[in-house]
Ligand binder design. Structure first.
Ligand code: NAP
Ligand code: MG
Length: 493
């Protein structure tokens, strides 16, 4: 950033001492994990026809947690056939009121076992226990509760159009919110009377498999939910299966395009929830401290492994110096490390591959002339870590302004007028989410109405609720999840 007159509101750059917290690790004594997991097909755990297993590790320690079955085409076929049979014979015939009871039961059981789910989520994926405990698991239960309520009210949800279930849905989810994404997919599908075959991501299969155990305990009739594990090939076999009626995918834009190509010309319905490059816009009239906290939460929350992460900041020039100073100061107080420690703000990067991708994009950012600043924290020797990072002096055309990094990296630009902010915010291939920070309600309505993003927050960020639809424009995807929109993606009207 060019040297400018010191902003009077900006205090002198002096970082507060980091508070030293004592370690407060969450206990792992109460969790039950098997050494080896098979495929959950037709209500039972069965050995894969492929005879293959892969390893899932804890990205904070690089230690193996469990072996997990790798489903091949014939395993996928077996799961689809089980789901079809369950659809034809059981689920499509069951009254909505009865379907709803099962969903309520699953929701309550997730709540009962919340602690176990949270710990396993943090171990398998690297996210701080505070997030898995306070965000992922409660929201997963909330989605089951919410859609349970619709199961016997589909005619009220879609009045006058005789909503009908679609049949069998193939569902493929990413690693950033493993249990929550499974809930987003399974709950509306089941509420609307469909059966499912779900594949979690290769690096984070464990909470989906624990959910399979829970579903078994809930005595959901066999075959209604089938959970099969594997890598990209397993996902491709799901999308290619001719007997599926619907594909629901959440993941990267690149894979989303492959799936869209594979589905072209078939009669399968689909929804694609893809990448994002959200801009948070801070106007000079905003409450700066509140905005800074929101920006920090928006990008460093879950290590930036959030499709709707506020990975860009647009700040009005008059307050830019103050905001950037405060951001740096706050970054110094972030606790980076053990995901199971209750004080941890920023956990481990999900995988070695993701860490490599983040590092390479940051390198590109520096090579393209960006000014890179990283928190001075230390990180553990073992495991995959990336320090909270911000970039200033980036152009609209910079790679790190245009491309999703999916890591704790924030690109900061400045603007002078409302029009310039909107123009810059909209100028990426994505359109998933965005944030506006201002004291003026009229400005919120003006700006949010002109931003091409599916989800907008004002004076807050990354807030989710099962009643709100979620999804994007442009390369961020097709269709919506959550709320009635999410339910409508699973019915014919
Ligand atoms: P990804 O690489 O696209 O993988 C997503 C899922 O697709 C995984 O289960 C993956 O299996 C599977 N897959 C890979 N190749 C496939 C293929 N050819 N056909 C079918 N399935 C295939 O994405 P990710 O890295 O796991 O997740 C990060 C991305 O998800 C980011 O771009 C993020 O923005 C996006 N996301 C979007 C939303 C939203 O609601 N818009 C929410 C969360 C995340 P493997 O894991 O084994 O590769
Ligand atoms: Mg793992």
């Amino acid at each position: 950033m060019a040297k400018k007159k010191q902003n009077k509101r900006a205090p002198k750059l002096k970082f507060s001492n980091k508070w030293a917290y004592s370690a407060a690790p969450e206990s792992t004594d109460h969790i039950e994990l098997k050494e080896k997991y098979d495929l959950f097909i037709n209500g039972k755990f069965v050995k894969p026809n492929s005879k293959k297993y892969f390893t899932t590790i804890n990205p904070a320690t690089e230690k193996k947690i469990a072996s997990v079955a790798e489903a091949n085409e014939s395993d996928v076929d077996k799961a689809v056939k089980a789901a079809r049979k369950a659809y034809d014979n059981t689920w499509s015939k069951m009254p909505g009121k009865e379907r709803g009871k099962y969903l309520y039961r699953i929701a309550r059981m997730i709540q009962e076992r919340a602690r176990e789910f949270s710990v396993i989520e943090s171990m398998d994926g690297g996210k701080p226990i505070r997030e898995s405990r306070d965000v992922d698991v409660p929201l997963a239960a909330a989605h089951f509760f919410y859609y349970a309520g619709w199961a016997d009210k589909l005619n009220y949800a879609f009045p006058g159009v005789h909503p009908r279930s679609m049949g069998v849905a193939g569902q493929i989810i990413p690693w950033n919110f493993p249990l929550l994404m499974a809930a987003w997919k399974i709950a509306p599908a089941l509420a609307a009377g469909n059966t499912v075959v779900l594949k979690p991501a290769e690096t984070t299969p464990l909470t989906a498999l624990k959910l399979a155990e829970l579903i078994q305990e809930a005595e959901l009739p066999d075959g209604i939910v089938n959970i099969i594990t594997g890598a990209g090939r397993t996902g491709a076999a799901i999308t290619a299966h001719p007997q599926l009626n619907k594909i629901a995918f959440t993941g990267s834009t690149d894979v989303g395009k492959i799936i869209q190509n594979a589905l072209a010309g078939t009669d399968k319905k689909y929804t694609l929830e893809l990448g994002g490059k959200a801009a948070n816009i801070i106007f000079e009239d905003a409450s700066i401290d509140m905005a800074v906290e929101g920006i920090i939460n928006g990008i460093f929350f879950n290590q930036g492994h959030v499709c709707c992460a506020g990975s860009r900041l647009l700040v009005q020039e008059s307050v830019a110096e103050e905001v950037i100073h405060k951001l740096k100061e706050r970054m110094e107080t972030l606790v980076v490390g053990d995901p199971l420690d209750k004080n941890t703000d920023v956990g481990a990067i999900n995988s070695k591959e993701q860490l490599k991708k983040i590092k390479s994009l940051v390198k590109i950012g520096i090579n393209e002339g960006g000014n890179c600043y990283q928190s001075s924290c230390s990180v553990p020797a073992k495991g995959f870590w990336f320090k909270p990072t911000i970039f200033t002096d980036v152009a609209q055309s910079s790679t790190i302004v245009q491309e999703e990094i999916f890591g704790p990296v924030l690109a900061i630009q400045t603007f002078r007028t409302v029009e310039e902010a909107i123009e810059k915010a909209n100028n990426t291939p994505y359109g998933l989410s965005g944030g506006v920070w201002t004291d003026k309600g009229s400005k919120i309505f003006n700006v949010t109405g002109k931003l091409k993003a599916g989800v907008m927050w004002a004076n807050t960020f990354n807030k989710f609720d099962p009643t709100s639809p979620f999804g994007g424009y442009k390369e961020s995807g097709v269709g919506r999840e959550g709320g009635l929109h999410g339910l409508s993606a699973y019915v014919h009207v």
